[in-house]
Design a protein around this ligand. Structure first.
Ligand SMILES: *Cc1c(COP(=O)(O)O)cnc(C)c1O
Length: 463
């Protein structure tokens, strides 16, 4: 005990450290932040000593830790990173990045007053949802639309509004979990709806649904298994058949589509994801999907469907709790506008552009980056162009392997994992992939303006 106290007493005082000559520059830049950094570093050491640590840091060590803490406090926590993983919708790296048009719309909506809930014609109150309703009807063919904070909220809201206290029939093969905490059975329970599971994990037939229909049934529910596929000896009921069954019994069919694919990308080899339009055309009564997956817009939950059902959902008190904010709405409207012309959407929306990038242009980009890195890094690393595969990510198109090109980096005295770790500490951080102890940089997700930054980051990591 006595030892601890004497160690604690020997830690330098805050004032004393703040005057240290090596920290002069930092003190001049922001004295208060420096004091905060010193406090935090000292608190860390106090904790270590109290937990049984039996030595003190040297003054040099303290000063270095204070400088690092100062830098950490000085910069934003949420920062841009270079995504060199090749995963287009990387959930941990923020999923979709927005088109220039969407960014511009967000900046405008953020910096000026808007007619968010103001009807310019009547001068009376307007509705925020009206700003995208018409576009969604036009692009998807749906009768009506409502947008909320994200797709998880959309599913919860729809079930709460349409099925609370009643039964919802779902195939056992579709009881999905999306990243951590979103699980269909749990969302169902939260909404107050009673889950009625039918069929088996690999096979569910129309008759399984039909047998389960009771006077308490509120909905027939279909979840798109967006982040996995059941392959082999399998059977699921097609949307059109489920809709036909629903019609016969006067029951609405709700589908959680997950990703919101609004263009057909068959000619680019992307075939195993249904489009929103196709599902609507088959008569799904309520359809929900994300704004920031394959749609390539901001985080949002889009609900499409029959007018009277959408009206019922809009009246539910949860709608207010999960409402979409004006910046998202601005970004979503601008993103949706691009879909009026599918060619334009593929060009302008970064997610679609990255998914459809052709192999020869990826190869050219890899070769250009190779030239740049070879000249900047010289002897420090061995760089070569490699043919690789990238993924859609974000729980979309789980089986799709997109042929791509990347750079393989090998250094004589640094392991791939150490290099990857160092690249995460550069500014901006670079997130790479490791394959067979080689660091891989996939050009598919490296943005046009990022090559120079990437070269500088690599040089810093290798020096
Ligand atoms: C991604 C996904 C969700 C959750 O959507 P968020 O927009 O992330 O809230 C729900 N259901 C399915 C099928 C999904 O793929």
């Amino acid at each position: 005990m006595g030892d601890k106290e004497s160690l604690l007493r020997q830690l330098p005082a805050v004032d004393q450290l703040a005057k240290h000559p090596s920290l002069e520059e930092w003190a001049r830049q922001d004295h208060r932040l420096l004091v905060e950094a010193i406090r935090r570093v000292l608190a860390g050491w106090r904790q270590k000593i109290l937990a049984g640590g039996d030595f003190l840091p040297t003054l040099e060590v303290l000063v270095e830790e204070i400088k690092a803490k100062f830098k950490e406090l000085h910069r934003s926590s949420l920062r841009p990173v270079i995504n060199a993983t090749g995963t287009v919708l990387h959930t941990n790296l923020g999923r979709a990045i927005l088109s220039a048009e969407a960014v511009e719309a967000i900046v405008k909506a953020a910096s000026r007053y808007t007619n968010l809930e103001f009807n310019l014609r009547t001068g009376k109150r307007g509705y925020r949802y009206d700003h995208v309703r018409g576009l969604l009807q036009e692009i998807t063919g749906a009768e009506d639309a409502l947008v909320v904070n994200n797709n998880a909220a959309a599913v919860l809201l729809c079930l709460s509004a349409l099925a609370s206290g009643r039964e919802v029939i779902v195939s056992r093969g579709q009881l999905i979990e999306i990243g951590g905490s979103f699980r269909i059975p749990e969302v169902m329970a939260q909404s107050g709806a009673k889950l009625v599971e039918v069929g088996t994990t690999n096979k569910t037939y129309l008759r399984d649904y039909e047998k389960a229909i009771s006077p308490d049934t509120a909905l027939l529910f279909k979840a798109h298994t967006s982040n996995y596929r059941i392959l082999g000896f399998t059977q699921e009921v097609a949307t059109a058949e489920l809709v036909e069954l629903g019609r016969r019994y006067g029951l609405p069919v709700m589908e959680d589509l997950g990703s919101g694919f609004l263009v057909n990308l068959e000619e680019y080899g992307i075939t195993d994801e249904p489009t929103v339009q196709a599902e609507i055309q088959q008569g799904v009564d309520i359809l929900t999907f994300s704004g920031d997956k394959l749609l390539g817009g901001p985080q949002a939950g889009i609900i499409l469907g029959r007018r009277e059902l959408i009206a019922e959902i809009a009246r539910h008190p949860l709608t207010r709790a999960v409402r979409i904010d004006k910046l998202t709405l601005a970004g979503l409207e601008a993103t949706l506008r691009a879909y009026r012309n599918p060619r334009q959407a593929i060009r302008e929306i970064p997610t679609l552009a990255a998914l459809t990038a052709d192999l020869s242009s990826l190869k050219r980009r890899a070769e250009e980056l190779h030239g740049l890195l070879s000249s900047v890094l010289g002897e420090r690393a061995q760089v070569e162009v490699r043919s690789i595969t990238s993924q859609a990510g974000g729980g979309s198109l789980p089986l799709l392997e997109l042929p791509s090109f990347g750079l393989a980096l090998r250094c004589p005295d640094i392991s791939a994992s150490l290099l990857a770790e160092r690249l995460r500490q550069t500014d901006p951080p670079v997130i790479a992939r490791i394959q067979e102890d080689t660091l891989i940089l996939d050009v598919r997700t490296i943005l046009p303006g990022e090559a120079e930054e990437l070269a500088r980051a690599l040089l810093a990591a290798l020096t």
